[in-house]
Design a protein around this ligand. Structure first.
Ligand SMILES: NC(=O)c1ccc[n+]([C@@H]2O[C@H](COP(=O)([O-])OP(=O)(O)OC[C@H]3O[C@@H](n4cnc5c(N)ncnc54)[C@H](OP(=O)(O)O)[C@@H]3O)[C@@H](O)[C@H]2O)c1
Length: 334
């Protein structure tokens, strides 16, 4: 089968489309004929070798973290899926393999696609949608009437995050450039700060919760606009010990490393009276089924910026890597 394979860490030349043997499903796996796969910054960060401290699989390794397709075989212990089912999934992190004509998915990581959704739209949901749900509902426990600040609302995660925060009943402010302003307003955002011309710490508002998709100086400024006792969850800045314990399987050596590298940001949070947490999202078929329900009810729109044929996946990844996608980038298999 054709697959987009990482052969060595580094620049775009480290990965290429090639033929590899099709994967063989284990007892709890479904084998999916992939119809479309979503792209995410983790794909090029992984290719660059930035995640090697956490996860270092043997190369060559088939890249890709989310997909939509049709079940073509099921392991003997699979209960929820049958051949012919239309499914979508954020695949296991240590397995990946979504940028391929076929992929194995643990049944716990998959969900049935909403009946009216096409494969391209479905493939855009799992990773970014679950990240937004897990950060805003599970970690920040956003409540109706709260003021939520989301940095970077116009990208893949941000477009889901705005809608999920609104669904949870929050008043939502985000940052976007002029290029993303109309989009974030259309998704229900109450206030937009143009990050290219305005300083968020001068906005004069105070927030109950912050969801950071940008990191760096943006995150530092977010501590100035939070109410005392507020929480910030970042998916783009510095991991801290809880990340290693809760999201990465209780790896205590990694927790020590994260304790050291997050010292400055945790001190900054303490001075502001704000809780700081770095989240690594996790695959979840049951939470993906919840997102499918929201999509079916018309409460969650899927914003796709660009779609590319699988043959042009390098170009698709380069576009995402430019950092200006509005919503999601997807490749289609046929
Ligand atoms: N830890 C996890 O589990 C996890 C999960 C998902 C994502 N992430 C991380 O979260 C981050 C966001 O992911 P994504 O998929 O949303 O990325 P993305 O789709 O590539 O985000 C691109 C968007 O970000 C906007 N942007 C760039 N710089 C900005 C700034 N300084 N302020 C406000 N907006 C800015 C761009 O708008 P303009 O073009 O208008 O500038 C563009 O619309 C990435 O770092 C990703 O790796 C982590």
């Amino acid at each position: 089968m054709r697959a987009y394979v990482l052969e060595h860490y580094g620049g775009p030349e480290g990965a290429r489309l090639t033929d590899v043997p099709a994967p063989v499903p284990g007892p709890r796996d479904i084998l999916v004929a992939v119809r479309a796969a979503g792209l995410n910054p983790v794909d090029f960060k992984f290719r660059q070798g930035k995640l090697r401290a956490i996860h270092r699989p043997k190369l060559p390794f088939v890249l890709g973290n989310e997909l939509a397709g049709e079940v073509i075989a099921a392991g003997c212990d699979v209960k929820q899926f049958h051949v012919g089912d239309r499914v979508f999934a954020r695949v296991a992190k240590d397995r990946a393999g979504a940028f391929a004509e076929q992929a194995c998915v643990n049944e716990e990581h998959a969900a049935h696609m909403p009946p009216d959704l096409d494969f391209t739209a479905a493939a855009a949901v799992p990773l970014a949608g679950l990240t937004a749900l897990q950060a805003l509902r599970n970690e920040l426990a956003v409540k109706p009437g709260q003021r939520v600040f989301i940095s970077g609302g116009a990208g893949g995660v941000g477009t889901f995050a705005i809608q999920i925060a609104k669904w949870l009943g929050a008043d939502v402010t985000t940052t976007a450039s002029k290029r993303g302003e109309a989009l974030v307003h259309a998704l229900g955002c109450d206030e937009v700060i143009d990050y290219t011309t305005e300083d968020i710490s001068e906005a004069g508002r105070r927030f109950d919760a912050g969801f950071d998709l940008i990191g760096g100086k943006t995150l530092e400024q977010m501590f100035d606009i939070m109410k005392p006792g507020a929480s910030i969850v970042s998916v783009a800045a510095i991991p801290e010990p809880q990340t290693a314990i809760e999201d990465l399987g209780g790896r205590s050596a990694l927790a020590v490393v994260f304790w050291i590298i997050s010292y400055a940001i945790r001190s900054r949070a303490r001075r502001a009276g704000v809780r700081y947490r770095y989240l690594f999202m996790h695959p979840s078929g049951s939470e993906l089924a919840e997102l499918a329900g929201l999509i079916e009810q018309g409460k969650l729109k899927i914003i796709i910026d660009k779609t590319y044929p699988f043959a042009n996946i390098s170009e698709a990844l380069a576009y995402l890597e430019s950092g200006h996608a509005k919503g999601k980038v997807v490749v289609t298999m046929r």
